[in-house]
Design a binder for this molecule. Structure first.
Ligand code: ASP
Length: 329
């Protein structure tokens, strides 16, 4: 801990991702290399803003993070707040950021913000955005208005809500959006500003089990039912379907789902990337009216990937029966 009396305490941990990546030699591709201290070298201002506690929890591409690793990260972050940190920042890869942020948000019990950020360009590339994103994350983390908002994703000077944010572009600098909602706020000239006061939050207790498995399948044109039928036989505890349009599947998938819902929770979300599932518009076989009669849960505004996170945590806390209450319409 670096001492600067009177400054708030800010804890920062890195998990890896592009923000930590460099190329070892020309043409060999970037890999996670920089620890958290090294990432901070390009943002000297941070040490004038706060007493920093800096650590590297892992150094992996974000597709290789796991729920168990995230529970360890959460334990570290909780400990930091309990020891007096005003806020916590995590840097990680952007590929799974929309999932990790929601996972941690469902379990984050404090008013103190947990801010997550990363980079679209590695440290080896000109115009890399890691340092600017880290500075903006710290400005958000230390802002009074960030309190009580749970986990926040800060990228490209925008502040996004963990439940809504999505990576909507593979390589663009402006890769994060909250489709249908917009960002919660922005960082302008170093100041975090929000459009609305914080919403009421509800969090889950820590999961008592972590061996549950939730499958995610996408409905697509002329798909056979082989994979769908295999889900229960492979030992999955729940299923999420990224459905057509407003939450639809084919008639043949609908027939299979009817036999699955008595034994496992099934959620259908939309694969479109924006907007809610329907509730009472279509009546054909495979529509939302048909699927709800067969015991399928409609995801509402929650995207398929976040539905899987939610269902995993609800099963892990033995709260599957609360699923409808957690799916925002
Ligand atoms: N392309 C990714 C990133 O932006 C790699 C990762 O997610 O680790 O960080």
């Amino acid at each position: 801990m670096i001492e600067h009396s009177g400054l708030p305490r800010l804890s920062i941990a890195s998990l890896g991702g592009t923000v930590s990546m460099q190329a070892a030699a020309v043409g060999c591709g970037v890999t996670p290399t920089l620890d958290c201290e090294q990432q901070l070298l390009q943002v000297p201002q941070l040490r004038e803003m706060a007493q920093l506690n800096v650590t590297s929890l892992c150094l992996v591409p974000s597709a290789s993070l796991s729920f168990r690793a995230l529970l360890d990260v959460l334990a570290w972050a909780r400990c930091e707040v309990e020891r007096g940190a005003r806020a916590v920042i995590l840097t990680q890869g952007t590929d799974s950021l929309e999932e990790t942020a929601y996972f941690l948000d469902l379990l984050w019990p404090f008013d103190a913000p947990l801010v997550m950020t990363g980079a679209m360009r590695s440290a080896s590339q000109p115009g890399n955005d890691g340092p600017a994103n880290l500075l903006a994350a710290a400005q958000v983390a230390l802002a009074q208005g960030s309190s009580g908002r749970g986990v926040l994703v800060v990228m490209n000077d925008q502040v996004h809500c963990a439940a809504r944010v999505r990576k909507t572009a593979s390589l663009a600098m402006a890769a994060f959006e909250s489709p249908g909602f917009g960002p919660l706020g922005e960082v302008v000239e170093g100041v975090a500003t929000y459009r609305h006061p914080p919403d009421r939050r509800e969090v889950l207790p820590l999961p008592g089990r972590t061996d549950q498995r939730v499958a995610l399948l996408e409905a697509c044109l002329d798909a056979d039912t082989a994979l769908l039928q295999a889900v229960p036989t492979l030992g999955y505890d729940g299923l999420v379907i990224a459905g057509f349009g407003a939450g639809h599947v084919s008639g043949s998938w609908s027939d299979v789902l009817e036999h699955m819902t008595p034994t496992m929770p099934v959620i259908i979300a939309t694969r479109t990337g924006k907007g809610p599932t329907a509730g009472a518009t279509y009546g054909f076989s495979g529509s939302e009216i048909d699927l709800q009669k067969k015991g399928v849960h409609m995801a509402g505004q929650l995207c398929p990937r976040k539905c899987r996170i939610l269902l995993w945590l609800l099963i892990g806390t033995d709260r599957q029966h609360e699923l409808p209450r957690w799916l925002p319409s």
